[in-house]
Design a protein around this ligand. Structure first.
Ligand SMILES: Cc1ncc(C[n+]2csc(CCOP(=O)(O)OP(=O)(O)O)c2C)c(N)n1
Ligand SMILES: [Mg+2]
Length: 368
């Protein structure tokens, strides 16, 4: 851990940055692993672009793009164990991909055909939290429980720069520090909370907030997949050894809009965007692979095919989703029936019956 200094193992031009403290954490990343990481980065970018296109074509109501944040998400998610548990916000779709979330499940909430995306226990990842920062408390509770269960599994909470100003995140840091809970607080500082620049809410690096809670922190180049892997592994290792939480600030950049409803041209300086475009997380891995003679036609074609095929599967899955029966909304609210929920169900049924066909089709179409 080294205060404000940014950890980097791979420079934007694809050369390795020497670092005796962090290099050992990625020693096992051989040629095959590097190519696999590159494929992950290309696939998740392709999926993100496909989902954005689906929204633009009217097939999704909304999509929160991750463009530019691929290395932060892939690098951290690929070093997790199956029994670790992820608590994320809405933007961690690359993390979801790495956890094995089904591509159709990834989009069904955004299409408005489901109340929730997937079975958290099947993939070790809770469904995305829209309430900014709330998932850090869920992660802390889960982690305290994991210790009581006698396991060395770790909870990883993903959140943004804006979330660090939320009460929930600060409360989660108090509790996790007090109970030495095995949590990795993984903050993706993408420089923006919608249209609010990070400098407006933090006069010092975000990583500086954690030591005040007794939590060690590290700033990492969030566009460097190797450095992100290294710092995440170190944080996971601390947590598994019972040394408690770590705060990782992955310094990255949101290259797209906040969501597809946002127009960043109204507040982003194009010059800034250019600076960050030169730090692209995919390009630097591509350059490294080129330097090491690992990027031949065969690899390029295979990676492109993997990305295209994933995008096709996501699109087909999305278009195949059908709207659920409207009253099924009430089915899984509680395990046991409750009278007030029953009342709401019959009120909603009466409302749907006001439409001519009586099955709520008109109401549903309107909602999408
Ligand atoms: C408690 C709460 N307050 C406000 C919002 C509205 N809101 C949605 S996204 C967002 C900005 C979050 O920024 P950041 O934490 O940096 O994450 P990013 O979107 O950049 O990934 C806000 C304020 C919300 N969803 N929840
Ligand atoms: Mg942000």
């Amino acid at each position: 851990m080294r205060g404000d200094q940014l950890v980097q193992l791979l420079a934007p031009d694809g050369t390795r940055t020497p670092d005796p403290e962090y290099e050992p954490w990625v020693e096992d990343v051989d040629a095959d692993r590097l190519v696999a990481l590159y494929e992950d980065l290309v696939v998740v970018r392709r999926l993100d672009v496909e989902a954005t296109a689906l929204q633009r074509q009217g097939q999704l109501g909304l999509w929160p793009p991750l463009l530019g944040q691929e290395a932060a998400q892939v690098g951290s998610a690929r070093v997790l164990r199956r029994d670790d548990f992820v608590f994320s916000s809405y933007r961690e779709n690359a993390v979801a991909y790495c956890r094995g979330v089904d591509l159709t499940d990834m989009v069904k909430v955004w299409r408005g055909t489901a109340n929730s995306g997937w079975d958290p226990f099947a993939v070790g990842m809770a469904t995305p939290q829209i309430i900014i920062g709330a998932q850090t408390l869920h992660a802390t509770g889960w982690a305290i429980g994991a210790v009581k269960d006698g396991t060395d599994a770790v909870a990883v909470a993903y959140f943004g720069d804006g979330a660090t100003s939320q009460g929930d995140v600060n409360e989660a840091m108090v509790f996790s520090a007090s109970f030495r809970a095995p949590v990795v607080f993984f903050c993706q500082n993408n420089q923006w909370a919608i249209s609010e620049p990070v400098g407006l809410q933090a006069v010092r690096p975000l990583a500086d907030r954690a030591p005040g809670f007794g939590i060690p922190s590290v700033r990492v180049d969030g566009n460097d997949v190797l450095a992100v892997m290294a710092v995440t592994r170190q944080a996971l290792d601390r947590a598994r050894r019972g040394e408690g939480p770590t705060f990782v600030e992955a310094v990255t950049y949101r290259m797209g809009p906040h969501t597809t409803s946002d127009d960043p041209t109204r507040y982003v300086d194009p010059a800034d965007r250019e600076v960050w475009a030169a730090r692209d997380p995919l390009l630097r891995v591509e350059r490294l692979l080129e330097r090491e003679g690992l990027l031949d036609d065969q690899v390029t074609t295979a990676v492109k095919q993997a990305a295209d095929s994933a995008a096709r599967r996501m699109r087909a899955g999305c278009l195949g989703l059908t709207a659920p029966e409207p009253l099924s909304l009430f089915d899984h609210v509680y395990a046991t029936p409750s009278s007030w929920l029953e009342r709401q169900r019959s009120q909603y049924a009466a409302y749907l019956a006001m439409y001519e066909d009586g099955d709520g089709t008109a109401a549903q179409d309107g909602a999408r």
